[in-house]
Design a protein around this ligand. Structure first.
Ligand SMILES: Nc1ncnc2c1ncn2[C@@H]1O[C@H](COP(=O)(O)OP(=O)(O)OP(=O)(O)O)[C@@H](O)[C@H]1O
Length: 694
């Protein structure tokens, strides 16, 4: 549901307090429902009836600071919150960044980012942990609601929970604490690590206490036109040819230059043509033959450069060559390929790509992900499954329920592999590969793709891959796409909203993603923009899955040209015509920055990314930002250089613009870059090296 949808009746104002609290908004001072109607934007901001549910303690345990500005904020349009608060140093942290202050200010690590949430979940106890996690923030008890109650409450219930309930704490909505505990993060449900059995889906499925998830995603359109709908490659698509590619590992097969060289079957070739692909991207040129040769692969290529097809096409080709049998209805399915990705939207996108390329074959891809009815996932699987696209929690749930057997897995793909192997999902992935029935690594092909691959994660990844795996680097590990014009603006937290409005007004109706740090802030900023008459929707982990999907639809269709998002939307999402990314808050890591700005400038198209750099909170990013900017040949502000160079321990030993500052971390290859002894390393440039990114 978009925030501007007239059918939307309740919007979250999670920042006010219960009855009697001095900061509680009164309904006369908060009546944006009327004001928005009068502006023709529908009833977007109706104050919820149960105002006693608002508790600002949940936000930061600093009620006075938490509530004051919020109230002001919602009555004063653009100025809400910020002006008044800025004059009062004591309220510094609260209202400014959208009225609730940043996670930094609150000092609550779990609150700080959704990413952090998911990590916490990853290591937390199952069941209790989910509730506890949320409860830790809001002090919630177990759910009061069952599925029926949930349904009775109708669609707005979900919205209220997503938008108002959840972590902000609603005593009356305590049940959300439990659900939110597993749904509130930016990613899929993950079970606590350290348990020998998988029960991650129990809560989702309603096997245990807690409300069931009832959402059944609508089936995607299945007419040929919809299946093959695609956007045009951009003017810089041919520039891909100039990017240096490096392959390390023993005996890599030579790259291919055209689709024809891949010798794919006719149906696949037809599908490739219908998808509008006429030329390979560099990651495809190198990865396709490697996968076709049966090798394990870790591939790192910049955002939007076609990594999905780079693994899907050769896997499908293998399956076709092997004469794969059509998969029929069975209680337990044994897919030949499992693809995992960290977010629901991303895995759904991968599934749609798989469906496109498998069109007209007997290969049946299936997608399952959290936030949807478990029975729906089971039904999808039972109808037949060759390629299972899944988020980790739902996957493990299905395995645990014996709906998915692993015996026949030949291909295991970790998309956004660095994310899949970090603290959040790493333990789950380890369990997946050691789960009874899963073929050991020498009996399956394991493929990992991402735009970023921190060295520590590379080492971990080695445990999942055969020792002689190949490592393909297109451009630089973790490099930003040079088709994104990056600007860094020094903006303090008090001026961010005003700056954002200026930018959005100057942008007009061009599609823009605005990234913020927390789920609450996403709601707040989205609402703020709606009040400013900018058609906006939001996506984050506290929204119902239905709402998340609707938000994406509204954004894709242009109904809401602005999407406010947390890091849940940072990775992988491929949305046509996203011309701008605004980092309202910079992420904590440079890798996240690279993924976020990669939502624009995809597939040879150009895009712009503007990031607000707050001297107080973002200085630690100065040095890595400087490197990312200069490597992508972007203008570096002098002030940023100064901060970067003055940072304690600043290290600029790596020359700016150097290629392959970080590559294959395997000891065997360290220090031997450029050597080609025994075929250990090969450096390739698909165009002249002089034209490279360097
Ligand atoms: N060879 C090609 N020709 C034309 N379009 C392509 C080609 N390869 C991929 N694309 C399109 O480019 C877009 C980006 O591809 P994809 O989503 O696979 O990028 P990615 O490298 O996985 O990005 P990210 O790192 O953000 O996940 C998609 O719309 C895809 O259909």
């Amino acid at each position: 549901m978009s925030l501007l949808d007239p059918s939307s009746t309740a919007i979250a104002w999670p920042f006010c307090k219960e009855d009697g609290f001095p900061g509680r908004p009164n309904e006369s001072s908060f009546n944006c429902s009327q004001s928005t109607n009068s502006t023709g934007f529908g009833s977007i901001c109706t104050w919820p009836q149960r105002s006693r549910s608002f508790r600002c303690q949940d936000v930061n345990e600093e009620p006075n600071r938490g509530c004051q500005p919020r109230m002001r904020g919602f009555t004063s349009g653009r100025n809400f919150g910020s002006r008044d608060a800025s004059e009062n140093p004591n309220t510094e942290n609260t209202p400014r960044e959208g009225g609730f202050g940043s996670g930094r200010s609150f000092g609550n690590r779990e609150e700080r980012t959704e990413d952090a949430h998911s990590r916490s979940r990853g290591f937390s106890r199952r069941g209790g942990a989910r509730g506890d996690f949320r409860g830790g923030r809001g002090g919630f008890g177990p759910s009061q609601y069952n599925e029926n109650e949930q349904q009775e409450r109708g669609p707005h219930f979900g919205l209220r929970r997503g938008m108002l309930g959840g972590p902000t704490g609603d005593q009356e909505h305590r049940g959300f604490g439990v659900r939110g505990g597993y749904r509130g993060g930016n990613e899929e449900v993950i079970a606590g690590s350290g348990r020998s059995t998988w029960k991650s889906g129990a809560m989702e499925s309603g096997d245990n206490q807690g409300p069931k998830v009832t959402y059944m995603p609508p089936p995607p359109p299945d007419n040929e036109e919809a299946i093959f709908a695609h956007y045009q490659t951009g003017i810089n698509f041919d520039k891909y040819d100039t990017i240096l590619v490096k392959v390390s590992g023993l005996d890599p097969p030579p790259a291919i230059l055209t689709f024809e060289e891949a010798n794919l079957c006719q149906t696949l070739n037809k599908n490739i043509a219908k998808a509008g692909y006429s030329k390979l991207t560099p990651v495809q040129k190198y990865s396709i033959p490697i996968i076709l040769a049966g090798r394990d692969l870790m591939a790192c290529a910049q955002t939007g450069s076609g990594k999905t097809a780079a693994f899907l096409l050769p896997i499908l080709a293998h399956m076709m060559n092997d004469g794969i049998a059509a998969s029929h209805f069975k209680e337990q399915q044994e897919p030949e390929c499992i693809i995992v990705a960290p977010t629901r939207e991303l895995i759904n996108q991968i599934f749609l790509e798989a469906r496109k390329f498998a069109y007209g074959t007997c290969i049946r891809p299936v997608v399952i992900y959290g936030g949807t009815q478990t029975v729906h996932s089971i039904r999808q699987i039972m109808q037949g499954c060759n390629i299972l696209c899944a988020t980790p929690g739902r996957l493990m749930d299905m395995i645990n329920k014996e709906k998915v057997g692993l015996r026949k897995v030949k291909y295991l793909v970790l998309d956004e592999a660095d994310r899949m192997l970090d603290m959040g999902f790493g333990p789950e992935m380890k369990k997946l590969v050691s789960y009874p029935g899963m073929p050991p690594k020498d009996k399956r092909q394991t493929l990992m793709f991402s735009a970023t691959f921190p060295e520590g994660i590379q080492r971990l990844a080695g445990e999942f891959l055969k020792t002689e795996y190949l490592f393909v680097v297109v451009g630089q590990v973790g490099g930003a796409c040079s088709d994104v014009q990056q600007s860094i603006l020094q903006v303090d937290q008090y001026s961010k909203r005003e700056k954002l409005i200026d930018i959005l007004l100057s942008i007009g109706k061009e599609r823009t993603m605005v990234f913020v740090e927390t789920k609450k802030k996403a709601d707040f900023i989205a609402t703020f923009l709606c009040q400013e008459k900018i058609a906006t929707t939001s996506i984050h982990g506290d929204r119902e899955q239905r709402e998340r999907e609707e938000a994406l639809r509204d954004f894709r269709s242009g109904k809401c040209p602005v999407l406010v998002a947390t890091s849940v939307a940072a990775r992988g999402l491929d949305i046509e015509n996203v011309q701008h990314v605004v980092n309202f808050d910079l992420p904590t890591t440079i890798d996240e920055y690279v993924h976020r700005i990669g939502r624009t400038g995809r597939c040879g198209n150009i895009g712009k990314a503007i990031s607000f750099f707050d001297l107080k909170t973002d200085s630690h990013l100065a040095e890595p930002l400087l490197k990312v900017l200069s490597d992508a040949q972007q203008e570096v502000p002098v002030w940023l250089e100064e901060i970067a160079f003055s940072a304690p321990g600043a290290n600029f030993s790596i020359p700016r613009g150097s290629i392959f500052a970080s590559v294959d971390t395997r000891k065997t290859y360290q220090g031997k870059d450029g050597m080609n002894a025994g075929g250990l390393n090969q450096s390739y440039a698909t165009g002249s090296a002089d034209e490279s990114w360097d």
